[in-house]
Design a protein around this ligand. Structure first.
Ligand SMILES: *Cc1c(COP(=O)(O)O)cnc(C)c1O
Length: 372
């Protein structure tokens, strides 16, 4: 059997006619950038998430960059990021000349440790202006603690909700709790476009206005440029596709949760660490991530040999990535992030995964666990 990490063909097939019609409409109208489709999707996404404003942008990385710019983060400013996340969280910070300042993660949730962040803040020599909690794998960081720390140290809060659009925090939605929430619609995310796309959520009117100007070349009115903006606009075709897929997101996320429950049940008592989900968050399982007893490499190799497309997110923590060498971190600085990078691996999970596929995966995880 071959089981992919994600099967988009199965997701698209049942709604193909709706999607084709929406794309055709954009082609017929020839309004390819921003415009009606983007505005409609922004309204629907704001309504879905409960945020006052939603601003469609080119991708999730640009959503973080524009949020930093709109919130006044400048070259040389420090921005706290977890050491264990996708590159783009810290890459966005570095790309505007600001400085990623790493904190360790919590070993149970894989999200930022606020104890570690506070230690970093207390002894840090850079002027730290913001914090980017990442809602990794689809469950929220402990936002009450993030917001409390942010108040104490006067930090702006940008949620990296790239993997968590639709996840909950105490009855609210990921991305709506900080100053800005950055969302990615990379095709492999729970809500995926047909190319690159992203969104920024905010409850602040001025921030929303600044974001709209920044994403469109600093334009207020055509050819009158107020600030140094960028070309980070959202395409109408992507917005049209996303607006249709958004209607199915909760249903898809529920199916992911069902698959995760099946895995949890069948892995209990095996001695393998299943996802820990604190009571404050609902997990939408962008990834279903286990911790191998010793090393993830051998585990993933075994599963791959059996045709199971298991992956390691992420094999190298950011403070040890070559590109961030100039920041001066070394091995041992963030032990939980380093341990997670050596142990975590994710199993195929997507709404359409079949019972037969889940059983096959469970069996091979069981077989592999017997070798310890
Ligand atoms: C996907 C992702 C991003 C970047 O999103 P793009 O749309 O690919 O630019 C940022 N942060 C995290 C945690 C992600 O998973």
């Amino acid at each position: 059997m071959r089981i992919p990490a994600l099967d988009l063909k199965k997701q698209i097939a049942p709604i193909r006619r709706e999607l084709d019609a929406a794309i055709k409409e954009v082609i017929d109208n020839t309004g390819f950038i921003l415009g009606h489709e983007v505005e409609r999707f922004e309204q629907d996404a704001a309504k879905y998430s409960g945020a006052k404003y939603a601003v469609g942008v080119s991708n999730g990385t640009d959503a973080i960059i524009l949020s930093l710019l709109a919130l006044g983060i400048e070259p040389g400013d420090g921005v706290i990021c977890p050491a264990f996340t996708y590159y783009a969280t810290a890459g966005a910070v570095a790309s505007i000349g600001a400085r990623p300042v790493f904190a360790d993660i919590d070993g149970d949730t894989y999200n930022i440790s606020l104890e570690s962040a506070e230690k970093v803040l207390a002894k840090n020599k850079f002027k730290i202006k913001a914090i980017i909690p990442v809602h990794l794998y689809g469950q929220c960081a402990d936002m009450d603690k993030v917001l409390k720390l942010a108040r104490k140290y006067k930090l702006k809060v940008i949620e990296d909700a790239a993997q968590a659009f639709g996840a909950g925090y105490k009855g609210r939605k990921a991305g709506t709790l900080g100053d800005c929430g950055a969302v990615s619609f990379y095709p492999g995310k729970n809500l995926g476009a047909f190319g690159d796309a992203g969104l920024i959520l905010t409850n602040n009117k001025d921030t929303a206005e600044r974001l709209r100007i920044l994403r469109n070349q600093g334009n207020d009115n055509k050819y009158y440029h107020l600030v140094l903006g960028r070309n980070n606009r959202l395409d109408a075709i992507q917005a049209a596709v996303l607006d249709i897929k958004l209607q199915y997101l909760d249903k898809w996320n529920k199916k992911r949760q069902e698959a995760a429950r099946y895995y949890n049940r069948n892995f209990s008592g095996l001695g393998i660490k299943t996802p820990f989900v604190p009571g404050y968050t609902t997990h939408i399982y962008h990834q279903y991530t286990l911790r191998a007893p010793v090393s993830n490499k051998g585990f993933v190799e075994y599963l791959q040999e059996q045709g199971i497309d298991s992956r390691i997110f992420y094999p190298v923590p950011l403070h040890l990535q070559k590109c961030f060498k100039y920041l001066g971190y070394k091995t041992g600085d963030f032990p939980e992030a380093e341990k997670a990078a050596k142990q975590v691996f994710s199993l195929p999970i997507y709404p359409e995964i079949t019972q037969e596929e889940k059983e096959y995966i469970v069996n091979h995880v069981r077989i592999r666990m017997r070798s310890y």
